[in-house]
Design a binder for this molecule. Structure first.
Ligand code: C5P
Length: 314
């Protein structure tokens, strides 16, 4: 499964499956802790398969340790909870901003950033897996995300994707739609500044330095926060390089967020571009929960669990 080999019925079924896949590995303890097994399980996690961990107990070899297959009843509980999750957010509407924005300098150049959109797409997949109706306002992200129209053409998945380029377009698109949503997650890395004037055509190279005048963009999260109604939940992100928690808390207050997801620039494997992230989720009371490095899909699960918890305790 981890290597995409499809030479028997089970593996060919797996490779073509569109449904959620649950993996229940069971083996002897030394096999279970072998780096190859751990690596393969990590690979399967990164493909969004759900892993039910083996239990510790007596193994077929007579040895005692981790590797025992969970009891069928336990596996059934996991399957049931997966199906319950698919209904968990039925009827709920979610608005998600994601990706970078491009601020035009002239007709061929722009100011952008390194956001890949991966965290946002992980959130999209997790919200959709829980039955929510999701509207995504996406900045220009790598087109492989749209390959085979996985998202845009699949109406049954209740997903609508609106593509925008600039911070101004993202602002207009997201702010006008915010009101009709129960949960709004501002995951986009919106440019903070945009060129004051956009040159038509292509700016000519010259001997003199080129000075660009930049003006601040509008803060989408802050505007949605200002208009927030009771019952609506607003989640933001903060990428900080120093005094991380303090800055994140200040941001949460300023933008009237209910939760803020803090990624630190100091953490390896966290932030832009990668498949993993290491975050701290902070609530409006300032309570922090720090998570270890995990896949962006797992991070998405934790963010949504936390958001639902806050919403339920309202
Ligand atoms: O202020 P800062 O850019 O660090 O805040 C990050 C959070 O605010 C993110 O949730 C981001 O999506 C949101 N944001 C926004 N509009 C902006 C700038 C940031 O929605 N113009």
């Amino acid at each position: 499964m981890a290597n995409g080999i499809a030479d028997n019925l089970l593996l060919t079924t797996y490779l073509s499956a569109k449904s959620p896949v649950m993996v229940v590995p069971a083996m002897d303890l030394d096999m279970c802790r072998h780096p190859a097994t751990l690596k393969n399980l990590d690979t399967l996690r990164s493909y969004n398969n759900l892993i039910v961990e083996p239990e510790v107990g007596e193994l077929a070899s007579g040895l005692l340790g981790k590797g025992r297959m969970p009891e069928p009843e336990t596996i059934l509980t996991h399957v049931k909870s997966l199906f319950q999750k698919q209904e968990q957010m039925k009827g709920k509407r979610v608005l998600l901003t994601l990706g970078p924005t491009c601020e035009k300098i002239d007709d061929v150049r722009f100011i952008g950033n390194f956001s890949s959109g991966k965290m946002g797409f992980a959130l999209l997949e997790e919200f959709a897996a829980r039955g929510a109706t999701v509207t995504v306002v996406s900045g220009p992200v790598n087109e492989h995300f749209y390959s085979s129209n996985k998202y845009s053409s699949n109406k049954s998945q209740n997903i609508q994707i609106i593509n925008v380029m600039s911070a101004e377009e993202m602002y207009a698109s997201a702010v006008s739609r915010a009101e009709e949503n129960d949960i709004i997650v501002c995951c986009a890395a919106v440019a903070d500044f945009t060129p004051s004037e956009v040159h038509t055509g292509k700016l000519k190279r010259g001997e003199e330095p080129l000075v660009l005048k930049l003006q601040p963009t509008k803060d989408i999260a802050a505007e949605i926060g200002k208009r927030k109604k009771t019952g609506q939940l607003l989640v933001g992100f903060a990428l900080e390089s120093y005094r991380e928690k303090e800055n994140a808390l200040a941001k949460m207050k300023k933008k009237n967020l209910d939760l803020i997801v803090l990624n630190s620039l100091q953490d390896e494997g966290a932030g832009f571009g990668g498949d993993t992230n290491k975050v701290t989720i902070i609530d409006a009371q300032g309570k922090c929960e720090e998570y270890p490095l995990m896949t962006k899909r797992e991070v998405a699960r934790n963010i949504i669990d936390k958001a639902l918890l806050v919403k339920l305790s309202d």
